[in-house]
Structure formats: C-alpha cells, structure tokens
Design a protein around this ligand. Sequence first.
Ligand code: HEM
Ligand code: HEM
Length: 181
Amino acid sequence: MMKNTQTGYGLVAILLHWIMVLAIFGMFGLGLYMVELTYYDSWYHGSLETHKAIGVLVALVFVVRFGWRQLNPSPAGLSTKKLENTAAHFAHLGLYLVIAVLLVSGYLISTADGRAVDVFGLFSVPATLTERGSQEEIAGEVHEILAWLLMAMVAVHALAALKHHVINKDNTLKRMLKPGL
Ligand code: HEM
Ligand code: HEM
C-alpha cells in the first residue's frame, strides 16, 4: 500500500511524515543550541554547517512530500463535524506553508553574504539573492519567529491527534501509523 486512498494514508506519506517530524524536532533543538555557542566552542562552526546541510536535505524531502501529496488523494477527515474536517485541512496547509517559509528564510540567512550552502561535501546550493541591506538580520528574525510558531502549531496538531485517539477513539492517529486503514 504505497499510495493514499480516500480513507487512509499509504506507506510513502506515512514514512515522509515521520521522517520530517524527527528532522524538524532535531533541527529545532540544534538551532537553539548552536546560537548559544561562542566562537571558542569547538562545535561552533560544525553545528551551523550541520544545521544548514540537514536543512537542505529537509527541503528536498519537503518538495518530494508536497509533490507526492498532489499526486495522491488526501484522506477525508474522520470528524463527524464538517467544520472540524475543514479546519484540519487548512491547519495542514498552514503547517506546509510555515515549513516552506522557514526553509527559505534559513537559506536566505546562510547565503546573504554570497556563499553557497555546502551539503556534507556532496553538493552545494548556490546563493541567489545576496545581501540587500539587512537580508541576514530580517531573514534571521523571520526564521526564529517561524521556528517557534511551527512548534506551537505542531503542539496543537499533536494534541488534536491524541484527542481523536483517546476521546473520539477513531482511526485518525492509527492511520498515520499503519498504511491502508
Ligand atoms: C527544519 C527546518 C528548520 C528548523 C526547525 C530550524 C530551526 C532553527 C532555530 C530554532 C534556530 C535558532 C534561532 C535563534 O534562536 O536565533 C535556527 C537558526 C539558524 N538556522 Fe535554522 N532551522 C531550519 C532550517 C534551516 C535551513 C534550511 C537553513 C539554511 C540552509 C537554516 C539556517 C539557519 C541559520 C544560518 C541559523 C543561525 C541564525 C543566527 O545566527 O541568528 N535553518 N534555525
Ligand atoms: C514536526 C512535527 C509535525 C509536523 C510538521 C506535522 C505535519 C503534518 C502534516 C503537514 C500533515 C498532513 C498530511 C497530509 O495530508 O499531507 C500531518 C498529518 C498528521 N499528523 Fe502530523 N506533524 C507533526 C507531528 C505529529 C505528531 C507528533 C503527531 C502525533 C502525536 C502527528 C499526527 C498526525 C496525524 C494523526 C495526521 C493525520 C491527520 C488526518 O488524518 O487528518 N503529527 N502532520
């Protein structure tokens, strides 16, 4: 069961969801940790390079995931209230939007000085828009705010999933864990 159906998620969507959950939580923790380091810490440079390189890989997974979503039916929401299903649909689109702008802002901070982003020596992403006044500062502010906003949205999202599981006792959470439900 690779593809989604009208009622459940396929293996590809499930794997992409949970891979991105791990990557995003890891990137959030690494981001907060690395900005506290000083020039004299041994991992000052390495942590930033790792954050940027993993960030580019997350962006690639994001494109694959969003593309896959367009090629598949989105399983209908399981709530009995139509309004709740519509809200969940827009909340999911909101998550995608915030992640996309978060990734782009990270790229714009990193490339403001014209340097490319090196991805573990495998390939590099060239700079396009470079320093225009305060690009680095503005992109940095946007990046920080969106990282926190994403965490707040994810908290509500996860609580909603748990509410469906524990209170409504429906398949909302189970179908994001097992293909074909
Ligand atoms: C999964 C997505 C990402 C998350 C959750 C994330 C999270 C964070 C967080 C929490 C910070 C610390 C913000 C602060 O307290 O100032 C940060 C900083 C930073 N991130 Fe990301 N990030 C992501 C993707 C990226 C990408 C794709 C890039 C670049 C290719 C990037 C480049 C940077 C840079 C350069 C900083 C340092 C900013 C500064 O020194 O003020 N991030 N990130
Ligand atoms: C970084 C953290 C997370 C992000 C960015 C995220 C993002 C998303 C997105 C964008 C969707 C919509 C999938 C689609 O139809 O294309 C989704 C669905 C889902 N997520 Fe998450 N998620 C995160 C964490 C979690 C956690 C921690 C849980 C469980 C406690 C969870 C449970 C679910 C469930 C059950 C669905 C399916 C909802 C439905 O069928 O209507 N997610 N998630």
